[in-house]
Design a protein around this ligand. Structure first.
Ligand SMILES: *Cc1c(COP(=O)(O)O)cnc(C)c1O
Length: 364
């Protein structure tokens, strides 16, 4: 029987492996969430996140998974009679478009083929032809291993559509790939911590612009738990609206300190190096990459199964021999691709070791 107390090492694109020293941080004695000690912890974490994300605006700490922010961004920042342009390039961005609808807002889709990026000119054409309050954009589409050209998109948005709000799912990109939040002109960007932050799941970090909070003031039906106005008031006091998952915030403090000591540019470079290795390995073994290399993610690599290996069998064999797992393709891509995550505290040496184990199964 599967032993949850001796789980496999995770090279899946979330949750990722959490190191023991990090886990220990989540076992610290708890604090009172309205006490001074908590305020110090919260303030230090928020300040570090501001540095890591290059922002002087709001940092919100949400005791929820990342998907909560899909909903929060819409319910806080889009009036019931406004329309959102949802850019869709894979399973997660598609799902967000559904969520917009489920929040009762009108949504138009800009769909591209899975594995292809969403380009600035495509967004510009859509926005120029209609009236939109906001766009949803995914930084790193985890179902396909695609990284969208966010800096090019930001340049276009600032030049041509400066009044359209920009909400970004950065769940599997944040920390592993650059985000200069203020320079990008984004309004909401969020990531759950079980991806490149390399913490256990159940918590989300968000950067939110002042104009997004300002807009929320006029939006009815924001609800309670995810209300940006209440969140902003609490954040100004280094608190959260409700009792947060304080263990996660302690873990975040540890991880953010580590990223700043390493230097965030070095953290990004470390992820790029693992991605370069993984892409090179795949190509040298006769596979192709699922995405054009220019748009391939630095936090996970999606490999096209051009050799026709039995993906499920290889995953099973590596698990049986090494108690380590990687991922099959997502949804319809199940046997057509496989995915190796290389983010957070996963090291280059570990990725090399895993690829060696895969080699042993597929015959080099
Ligand atoms: C993992 C993931 C999500 C879902 O995050 P949860 O924390 O499970 O809600 C959303 N978007 C992307 C891009 C992801 O990789």
């Amino acid at each position: 029987m599967a032993d949850w107390k001796n789980p496999p090492r995770l090279f899946i694109p979330g949750p990722v492996k959490v190191n023991d020293d990090v886990l220990q941080q989540l076992a610290r004695p708890t604090l009172g969430h309205r006490d001074k000690e908590y305020g110090v912890l919260h303030g230090e974490v928020a300040d570090m996140l501001k540095k890591l994300l290059f922002t002087n605006q709001y940092i919100f700490l949400s005791t929820s998974s990342g998907s909560g922010l899909w909903e929060a961004s819409i319910r806080n920042c889009v009036h019931p009679d406004e329309t959102v342009l949802a850019t869709c390039c894979g399973a997660f961005s598609d799902k967000w478009a559904d969520v917009v609808k489920e929040c009762g807002r009108k949504v138009d889709l800009l769909k591209v083929e899975w594995g292809k990026p969403t380009l600035p000119e495509q967004i510009d054409a859509k926005l120029s032809a209609g009236k939109y309050a906001a766009i949803t954009l995914i930084y790193n589409e985890t179902s396909t291993g695609l990284m969208n050209p966010i800096y090019d998109i930001a340049k276009m948005m600032k030049a041509k559509h400066p009044n359209v709000l920009v909400f970004v799912d950065a769940v599997s990109g944040m920390i592993g790939q650059p985000i200069h939040f203020d320079e990008l002109g984004w309004d909401v960007a969020f990531a759950s911590v079980q991806k490149a932050f390399a913490l256990p799941p159940g918590f989300t970090v968000a950067a939110v612009s002042k104009r997004a909070v300002e807009k929320a003031k006029s939006v009815p039906g924001r609800g309670y738990y995810f209300d940006f106005i209440q969140w902003a008031k609490a954040a100004e006091k280094n608190q959260t609206l409700v009792t947060p998952s304080i263990p996660h915030i302690m873990g975040l403090h540890y991880q953010c300190t580590k990223f700043l000591n390493e230097g965030i540019e070095n953290v990004w470079a470390r992820h790029k190096k693992m991605a370069d290795f993984c892409r090179g390995w795949a190509k040298s073994k006769g596979f192709e990459l699922f995405c054009d290399e220019k748009y391939a993610s630095n936090t996970l690599t999606t490999i096209k199964n051009t050799r026709g290996i039995n993906v499920g069998d290889v995953i099973k064999a590596v698990k049986a021999k090494h108690n380590t797992i990687f991922s099959a393709g997502y949804g319809d891509l199940k046997d057509k691709t496989f995915r190796i995550a290389h983010m957070g505290d996963i090291t280059l040496e570990e990725v090399q070791e895993l690829c060696g184990w895969i080699d042993a199964e597929i015959g080099g």
